[in-house]
Design a protein around this ligand. Structure first.
Ligand code: MGP
Length: 190
């Protein structure tokens, strides 16, 4: 019957979880949790797992298209970069609520293909749960396409309801992986 209809997504997505462990290499802390390609399976996964705001410090979630490993070295990411949303805990006490809001809105935007004709440039989304300030980011494939990344950043800002007064940075993965200081000079800002 109609209650059994499943609504296909345009892409199949993999959810990954990183559990911090100082005794292991970074990559060995990363585990794939689940793959899905329907709206219904997205929601059953989302409702079943720990919310981002409830994760332990040092944990990450990654939602990436099937076949793209959520790391700089993957061929799909090696020329790419990320839009970075820093959740400033000094400004907002209700950290978990805001983090969960950003993460869910970002998940819905990517699986729902909300980035107009630029969906193919999207690789995936990341949430880093950190005591020093949580981070949500959107990874794109080609860090040289400022036009594409600016449009993607505009949609991101709108979907997450980030005010224009808050400036987002686009960082090139090659700069992040090669960096020696704690901050990366952004390629573009929005
Ligand atoms: P992080 O988890 O992205 O940010 O990177 P965090 O913990 O807030 O730290 P900060 O340095 O950005 O302030 C932490 C560390 O994890 C990096 O310095 C790398 O050692 C490792 N790491 C993170 N990523 C995304 C990658 C990756 O894609 N590839 C590899 N090889 N290591 C990574």
């Amino acid at each position: 019957g109609p209650h059994m209809t499943r609504h296909p997504l345009q892409n199949r997505w993999a959810l990954w979880y990183l559990k911090a462990d100082r005794n292991k290499e970074w990559e060995d802390c990363l585990k794939m949790v689940s793959l899905f390609d329907t709206v219904e399976d997205f929601w059953s996964l989302y409702n079943h797992i720990q919310s981002a705001g409830g994760l332990n410090w040092g944990s990450d979630y990654y939602l990436f298209k099937e076949g793209i490993k959520p790391m700089w070295e993957d061929v799909n990411n090696v020329q790419g970069g990320r839009w970075l949303v820093v959740v400033d805990k000094q400004k907002l006490q209700r950290r978990t609520q805001l983090l969960d809001h950003y993460w869910l809105e970002l998940l819905m935007a990517i699986v729902g293909e909300q980035f107009d004709e630029y969906g193919d440039y999207i690789c995936g989304a990341v949430v880093n749960v950190r005591q020093k300030g949580d981070k949500v980011s959107l990874w794109t494939r080609d860090a040289t396409r400022d036009d594409v990344n600016l449009r993607i950043g505009q949609v991101l800002k709108q979907k997450l309801s980030i005010p224009d007064t808050e400036i987002l940075r686009y960082e090139v993965h090659k700069d992040s992986s090669a960096r020696t200081s704690s901050t990366v000079k952004p390629r573009i800002c929005l």
